[in-house]
Design a protein around this ligand. Sequence first.
Ligand SMILES: Cc1cc2nc3c(=O)[nH]c(=O)nc-3n(C[C@H](O)[C@H](O)[C@H](O)COP(=O)(O)O)c2cc1C
Length: 153
Amino acid sequence: MKKLLIIAHAPSLNTRALFAAVRRGAENPQLLDISIKARAPVEATPYDVLDADGLILGITENLAYMAGAVKDFFDRIYYPTISKKEGMPYALYIRAGSDGTGAMKGVERIVTGLRWRAVQEPLIFRGPYNKSFETDCEQLGLAFASGLEAGIF
Ligand SMILES: Cc1cc2nc3c(=O)[nH]c(=O)nc-3n(C[C@H](O)[C@H](O)[C@H](O)COP(=O)(O)O)c2cc1C
């Protein structure tokens, strides 16, 4: 059975709705051979990462960088997991007010060091909140879980 870890920073109603949508997609009842673990970044441990076959990371941009809770997650998991998860498939989504590129570049620099492998371009949800963001998140969860289960990633 493949193991998908979803780590999402969700400090607001909107970001909680995005997190829920990713989970809904990944927990599609037609996918039988995959287990889903969902965590806030402050709760996630190096073991959670070591134990995962793939990871979806949901973050917010604060002050032109990833939110501090997400940086804290990377600070804690970096050395315990480096060189042990090379090639791990991951996907990133970002909720930002108007930008998101600083957060994206920050994550990309870190995961380059970790040698994780992006399975798709990051999704950046910027501007006024739109329900279509949730559709995209649900799609992301479904596509990632399906690909992981099928061994495509
Ligand atoms: C302290 C703080 C700093 C922020 N800095 C940025 C920023 O640099 N760029 C950006 O696009 N959005 C920024 N935002 C907006 C947040 O990314 C956005 O409010 C958050 O993702 C939650 O989304 P929501 O407002 O739809 O609930 C900031 C928000 C806060 C509270």
